[in-house]
Design a binder for this molecule. Structure first.
Ligand SMILES: [Zn+2]
Length: 283
């Protein structure tokens, strides 16, 4: 079997793992590697650690979590096992939610009969240890990378990682390639498009964007996803303003994604409308 990590730009390696089709990225500098996201269990992360060692570009000096979901954070403990007391960086909201979100997913797996349930249940949950609210720069020796919270969208604490000298942006789950954007019970559907506007400002015309799941994409792909997310937000606002009850919202409009994709987006969107954004139906 060949190397798991593929170099997508100068010293930026991406590994795409079949379980959850999740990406882990390693960014190389003269001081070592920063690894972004850690996969979905202690066990899965042991494979990631071995794949990172196979790159042969030095030790891991820091870890970044793009957000708190387990498929991006449940390998954190294994990285500490392998490389000692590393800083693990995340947005303050993501770090604060990691343990509770992780416990909920363990309970969901326990009840599911999923063959991965044992390894998820036995995983040690370790939240990020170094947090920030808007932006932070990591010094890798001969290059710097930027951690930026462009706003809320997929979660309340989404972070993108910019490698400016390589023209690479790691978008976490703010951008999805292998499926539609993932709207869960912790998403911000009315804000996501504006968040992507800021992300787009960080992407060069020839830049590479690595999504949380799936193949790397280009700037046009992100722009198209932003348009669809904008339609979702404007449709929710329009329906609510015209007095359409949330239960009738799906049937009352054209949507860019399937009903099951948008269920949480519609309920969350209605809940998050500002006062006055929702009109009661006239009797
Ligand atoms: Zn996620």
């Amino acid at each position: 079997m060949g190397a798991r990590f593929t170099e997508v730009a100068d010293r930026v390696w991406v590994a795409r793992y079949p379980w959850y089709d999740v990406n882990v990225t390693a960014i190389g500098g003269s001081d070592g590697l920063v690894v972004v996201d850690t996969h979905a269990s202690d066990r899965a992360a042991r494979e990631v650690v071995s794949d990172v060692r196979a790159i042969g570009a030095g030790p891991v000096t820091a870890v970044v979590n793009t957000h708190e979901h387990f498929d991006h954070t449940f390998g954190n403990a294994t990285f500490l096992d392998a490389w000692g007391d590393l800083p693990i960086h995340a947005h303050e909201v993501a770090a604060a939610r990691t343990t509770a979100a992780g416990q909920r997913i363990k309970e969901a797996f326990a009840a599911s009969g999923d063959p991965h349930a044992p390894e998820v249940e036995e995983t040690r949950i370790v939240p990020a240890t170094v947090t920030f609210s808007s932006a932070r720069v990591l010094d890798l020796g001969d290059r710097a990378v930027e951690l930026i919270h462009p706003g809320r969208g997929h979660t309340g604490g989404d972070v993108v990682v910019s490698v400016p000298d390589a023209g690479v942006l790691l978008a976490g789950d703010l951008v999805e390639e292998s499926g539609p954007p993932s709207f869960g019970e912790d998403c911000y559907p009315l804000e996501w498009a504006a968040t992507l506007d800021l992300v787009l400002q960080l992407v060069r015309p020839d830049g590479v964007v690595v999504p949380g799941h799936g193949r790397p994409v280009d700037r046009d792909y992100v722009q198209a996803q932003r348009v669809d997310l904008g339609i979702v937000a404007e449709t929710i606002r329009g329906l609510a303003a015209s007095g359409t009850p949330v239960a009738q919202a799906w049937a009352a409009a054209e949507w860019p994604y399937a009903e099951e994709v948008l269920a949480a987006a519609i309920t969350r969107g209605y809940d998050q409308l500002p006062r006055g954004g929702r009109r009661l139906p006239l009797a």
